[in-house]
Design a binder for this molecule. Structure first.
Ligand SMILES: NC(=O)c1ccc[n+]([C@@H]2O[C@H](COP(=O)([O-])OP(=O)(O)OC[C@H]3O[C@@H](n4cnc5c(N)ncnc54)[C@H](O)[C@@H]3O)[C@@H](O)[C@H]2O)c1
Length: 263
């Protein structure tokens, strides 16, 4: 058991990557607080963890609302006595071109996708620093490392999450804490599966852009989070681990071989 006696709180764990991570961490012995805005999702995931023999509590909270963030950290420490792992992962995706999206749209995206990550980090530091123990993991994205058409707000917040990770890491490194970002590529979670059904041609093209030729599964991100959360990552901090089937390793240029080109 790689996380025996650890307590983890994962936001947005009623679905997708957060759900897979909650289950993976619980299977390795962590007591997990499953936080989600969606009550059905949070209750279901916590119930499934308990049915599998793990320890979990569901909490309905909106991470965009600071008092609810304060409450979720207190909930974890009240229920389980400590907090060892915070995984900031919840998101509400806003799409739209940079020249077209509204001010309200951009502000909302920042509120849930970046401000909420910082505020939960701030609250978690309050309980982790005195114990000189803890790992904070932020879900970034390959979209925080390069731009996407129609995802400008998302690109901005994910880049912010990655650099917030670095700042948190250096400031807390001598206090015994670690902070990491995991940057997934295209992962088959419910919103992605839904968009693939609606736009099958785009789904096929995005899959072709991945050198491995396939999208990732939520468990493949959960496994990275597990490593970062565990003591096996004791000398790792401030890094951003990309798990994208090789997507970011490619410039985007087409192949220059096999086309009969004469150099
Ligand atoms: N799926 C991908 O391809 C992909 C790629 C890169 C990064 N990511 C990142 O992974 C994370 C999880 O995404 P996912 O694909 O698993 O999505 P998902 O929709 O399956 O899960 C997100 C969960 O967050 C919850 N949530 C939304 N707003 C919330 C709020 N204000 N407070 C609390 N909970 C809230 C939702 O109810 C949902 O259960 C996000 O940060 C996303 O940006 C996903």
């Amino acid at each position: 058991m790689r996380l025996k006696d650890k307590v983890a709180l994962i936001s947005g764990s009623g679905s997708g990557i957060g759900e897979a991570t909650a289950k993976r961490l619980a299977a390795e012995g962590a007591a997990v607080v499953v936080v989600d805005l969606n009550e059905e999702g949070a209750t279901r995931v916590a119930g499934e963890i308990r049915s599998a023999g793990g320890t979990a509590e569901a909490l309905v909270a909106n991470v965009g609302n600071p008092p609810e963030v304060e409450h979720m950290i207190k909930f974890a420490t009240d229920k389980f006595g400590q907090l060892d792992i915070l995984h900031n992962n919840a998101i509400r995706l806003y799409t739209g071109r940079v020249g077209e999206m509204t001010l309200e749209h951009f502000r909302k995206a920042v509120e849930i996708g970046l401000t909420a990550y910082w505020y939960a980090t701030r609250c978690a530091l309050g309980v982790m620093v005195p114990r000189r123990k803890g790992a904070i993991i932020n879900t970034g994205s390959v979209s925080g490392l390069a731009g996407d058409y129609g995802l400008g707000a998302y690109n901005a917040i994910k880049a912010g999450v990655i650099n917030l990770t670095r700042a948190t890491a250096i400031e807390s490194a001598r206090k015994g804490l670690r902070c990491h970002a995991v940057c997934p590529g295209i992962i088959l979670t419910p919103p992605i599966l839904k968009s693939r059904r609606a736009l099958p041609e785009m789904a096929q093209r995005s899959e072709q852009a991945v050198p491995m030729g396939r999208c990732g599964e939520p468990i493949e991100i959960a496994n990275v989070v597990l490593f970062l959360a565990s003591d096996e990552a004791s000398y790792v901090t401030g890094t951003c681990i990309v798990a994208d089937g090789g997507l970011m390793a490619h410039t985007g240029m087409p192949s220059i071989t096999g086309g009969g080109a004469d150099w």
